[in-house]
Design a protein around this ligand. Structure first.
Ligand code: OSB
Ligand code: MG
Length: 375
């Protein structure tokens, strides 16, 4: 018997936890203000090994149609029953059992992440290694919420630059765009700067984006409709700045459509949005083959989700800095040890221990849990 066959993945037990984590400061985007994160932490036990995943839903369907309640329902009634108590040669066979479930990508990605972690732990390899990562540290950036004034925005930018972040992203919305970009560029002509509209504009606002071409932005993220691919192509034609799609890309098929239509020149990959690490890797590979850079987005994850994101972002075509910031940029205390930190040269080290490579602080996790269910 080979080592592979010896390490069949048996799914003994699954636990879901609805967690609530206070943010160190409110995060405002064109979608609203978030003061805390509510996610679902997924734990999988397999013959003595434990794996962890984070389902990056929000309480209300603003960024995505999924919510804590829909993910809980779909995990409980559709996805978990398809895998519980079964044995699989690898993670991909487990995924096949829930491929009949349409949509609900965040629900799927949360469980898939826990399966990858438990599998890597059993094999005694790092998640980065198992996913095909090639880097030991990744370049990271920070995503700054909308601010009351350009002065407070400049103060935020200055704080994060001092902490080492090598790339700044600011959230924009109509009325809170060019003034902010102009103010940052005056003070910092050379920093890597990009903006994220979270679909706050329409094609009627094209002139605002044309004006952004004068500021040397790395990219403009999701300016138009959250489900649009076509109109982004019309806008991209008139801009020199690359458009990056976030909300519009749910699969490798969407990525293929967007690249074929030239709707964007960069893609933001979030495992939750596309249904897990496996689909993320397909998008990564498609983009690599076409010379299109990708970067890792963020959903204000706890250390559990962040560890998985970092492992994925260690793949070779994640050539732009990710929205993967230090634990303390989000929370006073993370639920993993060691917490994630950013180095003075803007890098985050990819854990090398088995699985996600960080230890889950079970007491801390219990303290932030509002509801638990075991299967
Ligand atoms: O659009 O990238 C986004 C957070 C929640 C929902 C959508 C987005 C974001 C972020 C946060 O920008 C990035 C991070 O996790 O640091
Ligand atoms: Mg975005």
């Amino acid at each position: 018997m080979t080592v592979e066959e010896d390490l069949l993945l048996l799914i003994d037990r699954i636990e879901l936890r609805h967690v609530q984590l206070e943010l160190v400061r409110p995060f405002e985007t064109s979608l609203g203000v978030e003061t805390h994160e509510e996610h679902i932490i997924v734990r999988v036990d397999s013959e003595g090994a434990t794996g962890w995943g984070e389902c990056v839903v929000e309480p209300l369907p603003a960024y995505s149609p999924e919510t804590v309640a829909t993910a809980w329902h779909v995990l409980t009634d559709a996805i978990i029953p398809s895998v519980l108590g079964k044995r699989f040669p690898s993670v991909s066979e487990a995924l096949d059992t829930w491929s009949w479930v349409r949509g609900h990508h965040m629900a799927k990605a949360g469980l898939e992440a826990a399966l990858w972690d438990v599998h890597a732990t059993q094999k005694q390899v790092s998640l980065s290694n198992l996913l095909g990562g090639t880097r030991t540290a990744v370049d990271v950036g920070v995503s700054i919420g909308m601010q009351e004034s350009t002065e407070s925005m400049l103060a935020e930018v200055s704080t994060y630059l001092q902490q080492g972040y090598g790339r700044i992203k600011i959230k924009i919305a109509p009325g809170k765009d060019l003034r902010y970009i102009e103010a940052i560029r005056q003070e910092y002509p050379d920093i890597a700067l990009q903006v994220d509209a979270n679909s706050a504009y329409t094609l009627a606002d094209a002139d605002i984006f044309k004006a952004m071409d004068n500021y040397g932005l790395m990219l403009i993220e999701q300016p138009l409709g959250y489900d649009d691919i076509y109109e982004h192509a019309l806008l991209q034609r008139d801009l020199t700045t690359p458009i990056c799609l976030d909300e519009s890309i749910h699969s490798v098929g969407d990525a293929h459509t967007a690249l074929t239509l030239e709707s964007c020149r960069v893609i933001n990959i979030k495992p939750g949005r596309v249904g897990g690490f496996s689909e993320s890797i397909k998008i990564h590979d498609l983009c690599a083959a076409q010379g299109v850079p990708v970067w890792h987005g963020g959903m204000l994850e706890s250390g559990i989700g962040r560890a998985g994101n970092l492992a994925l972002a260690s793949l070779p075509n994640f050539t732009l800095p990710g929205d993967i910031s230090a634990s303390r940029r989000y929370f006073t205390q993370d639920i993993v040890d060691p917490e994630f930190i950013v180095s003075p040269d803007g890098k985050m080290t990819v854990p090398t221990g088995p699985g996600i490579g960080v230890h889950v602080l079970e007491e801390r996790l219990a303290a932030v849990t509002v509801h638990t269910e075991e299967f």
